[in-house]
Design a protein around this ligand. Structure first.
Ligand SMILES: Cc1ncc(COP(=O)(O)O)c(C=O)c1O
Length: 396
């Protein structure tokens, strides 16, 4: 009878059905339920530190937000001063000279740029080589572009690297894009310039776009300075590198990053973006200039905080019986799950029985099975308390 039919079934794209759900989607709800019961939940899940952004960035935001011109569209050009400051930063950090208007482009956080680049480079059926486990934007972009991700497990026996020489020919022939991320989320592994040189040579030989995600380039310890792909002399011919203010400057919510490198790739990305966004908030770009300028005086203390947290958490976790390496970089620890647990099972019990949020390795790809990730996003004391509770859970 008319009017009694159920709701119409609405269209969904084929790509949507190929996207996995967001790994931490149900955590806030479960955390809230536990907090309502009076549980003191220690959240070591997302890579979102409890530390403040550089004061100079905050002060600049206050200033410019009162000026109407910063409230207007930024368009793709954005604030020229931000591009110029990024160029100066890249020169000081990596020794590379880049054209601020053709080899650098501001992003609404690096994640959108990473995902959108696949829309600019891939046609349906093309293969994207994706590390597994990994930040989910790589897979997301490839799938949304109609491409096929080819997942390569990152395992301890390969130092959590993609063994480029061992990729099958049929994959390499169809591959159009390769994602690398060092220092790595979630495994916390690092590489030296030699690996990036080999990756550039591999991509040049096979006509593959090389994406290097360097969101954690500055969160590095014990005097280690992670190398960038644009330091490789031929890097610019095939590669772009994604940078973010999120982790370096504790500015996750501000949504500001940049891409640097091959100008043709940047031009293609900008074309896609011009249909999707209108650039980061100009006031945030102005504040970003100050964050970059405050790098030398502000960054060391912030990194020392992460280093102290790393040391405290590694020691506490080992004492609690867990097996893990002490990483040279990133805000993560990659820890083997105790025997008898799956990654997901351990993470679920960690929250429900110990009140500790950890990221199950398998939520970031099947290759992460057997591990869980701890984010160094809370104080040393809370990390130690979290480790103690996880140790109790381990002992049963
Ligand atoms: C490896 C990696 N790349 C990129 C990002 C995204 O950073 P942004 O906040 O700049 O989008 C993250 C965030 O967690 C990340 O872990």
């Amino acid at each position: 009878m008319a009017g009694e039919e159920g709701p119409p079934s609405l269209p969904r794209s084929a790509a949507l059905d190929r996207l996995p759900s967001y790994p931490l989607a149900d955590i806030p709800e479960r955390k809230r339920a536990l907090a309502e019961k009076g549980v003191d939940v220690i959240d070591l899940g997302p890579g979102d530190a409890n530390l403040p952004p550089p004061p100079r960035a905050v002060a600049r935001l206050h200033e410019v937000v009162d000026e109407p011109r910063y409230s207007r569209y930024g368009f793709q050009l954005g604030l020229p001063e931000f591009r110029e400051e990024v160029a100066a930063w890249m020169k000081a950090r990596f020794g590379v000279s880049l054209d601020p208007f053709r080899e650098i482009h501001p992003l609404v956080g690096s994640k959108e740029g990473i995902t959108h680049l696949s829309l600019a480079c891939l046609s349906p059926g093309d293969v994207g080589i994706v590390p597994d486990p990994a930040f989910h934007a790589y897979r997301g972009g490839v799938v949304l572009a109609g491409g096929e991700p080819h997942f390569v497990p990152l395992r301890p026996e390969n130092d959590f690297r993609i063994p480029l020489d061992e990729l099958p020919d049929h994959v390499v022939e169809r591959a159009r894009i390769l994602f690398l991320n060092y220092p790595n989320n979630p495994t916390a592994a690092s590489v030296d310039l030699d690996y990036l040189e080999r990756a550039v040579a591999f991509c040049r030989k096979n006509g593959i776009v090389l994406v290097h995600d360097q969101a954690y380039s500055e969160v590095a310890f014990d005097g280690y300075h992670p190398p960038g792909v644009l330091q490789v002399p031929e890097g610019r011919s095939v590669a772009v590198e994604f940078h973010s203010l999120s982790k370096t400057y504790n500015m996750t919510g501000w949504r500001l990053g940049w891409v640097a490198g091959n100008r043709e790739l940047i031009e293609s990305l900008v074309r896609v973006k011009s249909f999707i966004d209108t650039g980061p908030f100009l006031a945030v770009q102005a504040a970003g200039v100050e964050a970059l300028r405050s790098h030398r005086e502000w960054l060391p203390e912030n990194v020392e905080t992460f280093q102290r947290r790393r040391d405290a958490a590694v020691m506490a976790l080992r004492k609690a019986g867990f097996t893990l390496e002490s990483p040279k970089a990133t805000m993560y620890l990659w820890v083997s799950v105790p025997e008898g647990f799956s990654s997901e099972g351990f993470a679920r019990e960690a929250l429900d029985r110990a009140g500790v949020v950890v990221m199950p390795g398998s939520a970031l790809g099947e290759g992460g099975e057997g591990f869980f990730r701890i984010a160094l996003t809370d104080t040393e004391e809370r990390l130690q308390e979290g480790a103690r509770r996880l140790g109790e859970l381990r002992r049963g």
